[in-house]
Write a protein that binds this ligand. Structure first.
Ligand SMILES: Nc1ncnc2c1ncn2[C@@H]1O[C@H](COP(=O)(O)OP(=O)(O)OP(=O)(O)O)[C@@H](O)[C@H]1O
Length: 254
């Protein structure tokens, strides 16, 4: 069984569809990347898969259950789908410890999960009493990941983990995520601007462009496709951010 299966998925905001005809899969234990130029619809897709935005068209099956048009992020979270949003979603006035406790699945199971997670991210141990809002960007990202991992999600959706971080810190976090995900059987779908860095940890990748998926393949296949990689940085675009959900498809040559 796939952890996540999207077929003919169209995503957008209000009446505007930003990406369409998306076929996406995540298998158990896989780490899958979504790449593409600015405005290609990567975040919108992740938010839709997390149940934060309604799909414009198509079907999504997460952990064996269909999402439905009015997918509910809380119901999905209960089933084991967790999102680490681009803004990290922390409670800035609360301490690191308080933020972590909010991620705990239950009190008894919680303590050992907390210890395991802090073992993977030891810096957080030294910051437990500090307010989340006072942490550096890298520390905040560690906290956001720790909180999401604590719930031992079956599927973790991570948006732009490297944003605002020094490359070495971002790389360290991605590698930690890969190890921890493998240890606890979490599949990961991550959106990332920094493709070379992400290619080091993902098994497979989708590249968005022209409002569609323009490449799907293994990390090695993407690494060997310079034209596709260039399109991520040169902006093969946000060409479909027009028209209603059921409007005409844009030309792929646009
Ligand atoms: N809340 C919103 N309301 C309306 N349009 C939005 C909203 N959020 C994003 N958009 C638009 O949807 C399109 C896709 O945005 P999205 O953030 O999904 O792209 P992205 O591929 O994640 O880009 P980036 O790499 O720059 O983060 C863009 O044209 C953006 O301006």
């Amino acid at each position: 069984m796939k952890i996540l299966e999207a077929r003919g998925l169209s995503v957008g905001h209000g009446d505007t569809t930003v990406a369409r005809d998306l076929d996406l899969d995540v298998a158990p234990g896989e780490i899958v990347g979504i790449f593409g130029p600015n405005g290609a619809g990567k975040t919108t897709t992740l938010l839709t898969l997390a149940g934060c935005l309604p799909a414009h068209a198509g079907t999504v099956t997460a952990l064996g259950s269909a999402l439905g048009r009015s997918a509910d992020a809380r119901a999905l979270a209960r089933r084991g789908v967790r999102l680490v949003p681009e803004d990290r979603g922390l409670f800035r006035q609360l301490t690191v410890r308080e933020n972590l406790v909010l991620g705990l699945p239950g009190r008894s199971a919680g303590k050992s999960a907390l210890n395991e997670t802090l073992d993977a991210l030891p810096k957080l141990r030294t910051l437990l009493s500090r307010r989340a809002g006072l942490l550096s960007g890298g520390e905040q990202q560690q906290l956001a990941l720790a909180r999401a991992l604590l719930g031992r999600p079956k599927l973790l959706l991570v948006d732009e983990m490297s944003q605002g971080l020094a490359p070495t810190i971002a790389m360290g976090l991605l590698r930690m995520l890969k190890v921890r995900a493998a240890e606890q059987g979490t599949s990961v779908l991550l959106v990332e601007q920094h493709v070379p860095m992400a290619l080091d940890v993902v098994d497979r990748a989708y590249v968005f462009g022209h409002g569609r998926i323009m490449f799907a393949g293994t990390a090695a296949e993407l690494a060997g496709s310079p034209d596709v990689l260039a399109s991520v940085y040169l902006g093969a675009g946000d060409g479909s951010a027009t028209g209603p959900a059921d409007g005409p498809s844009p030309s792929p040559d646009k």
